[in-house]
Write a new protein. Structure first.
Length: 202
């Protein structure tokens, strides 16, 4: 793990990151089954590829999704990596996977390192200008024949969502947003992507 500092990480410093981590680690069996169902649906859209795949989760938290990726994807190779800004969460990941303390907007890994790069409810905690930087990093890290999954909260127009006491009416102090992440990502990289699936039933 390598430490970094960015304005993006301020949200997770102090009590919010610690309480969120506790919640993630204490989820019920029903919550785990729901997570597994979601990851199964997301991964089913990934094209089959000959040989082991290198995989990156942006915003991996304590690594619950990484464990499911390893178990649900026969083609997942040893190159499963997670990045997050919460070093306490990464301490739970490190025994099982390579992990790094990077924000989504600044990931110090080589270009085109991964066959699959994905996020699950991570970009919806990031606002501009870091969000556009995160889009660029995700694209940069994905191989030209690779796959990108953005599983985020959708809204046709950006809007703040009350969450854990962060609920400013104008959104300036919010910690959770909904917007058309997939549409924005496609618009930024127009002509360079092939859409496989837009929208998720869960």
């Amino acid at each position: 793990m390598r430490q970094t500092h960015s304005a993006e990480v301020q949200l997770w410093q102090g009590g919010l990151g610690a309480s969120y981590l506790r919640d993630q680690l204490s989820k019920s069996q029903d919550s785990w089954r729901a997570r597994k169902a979601l990851m199964s649906e997301l991964l089913a859209a990934v094209p089959q590829k000959f040989g082991p795949m290198d995989i990156l989760e942006v915003g991996c938290g304590p690594g619950l999704n990484l464990l499911l990726v390893r178990d649900l994807m026969p083609q997942a190779g040893p190159g499963i990596v997670g990045i997050d800004v919460d070093v306490d969460a990464l301490n739970h990941v490190a025994p099982y996977f390579d992990c790094y303390e990077y924000p989504a907007s600044s990931i110090d890994l080589p270009n085109e390192s991964f066959d699959l790069v994905y996020t699950v409810s991570v970009l919806n905690h990031i606002q501009e200008p870091e969000l556009s930087q995160a889009y660029r990093e995700i694209y940069r890290l994905t191989r030209h024949d690779g796959c990108i999954i953005l599983a985020e909260i959708f809204s046709p127009k950006p809007r703040a969502i009350p969450w854990r006491g962060y609920d400013d009416a104008d959104g300036s102090g919010a910690a959770l947003w909904a917007r058309d992440y997939g549409g924005e990502f496609q618009a930024m990289h127009e002509g360079r992507l092939r859409l496989i699936k837009y929208g998720c039933s869960l």
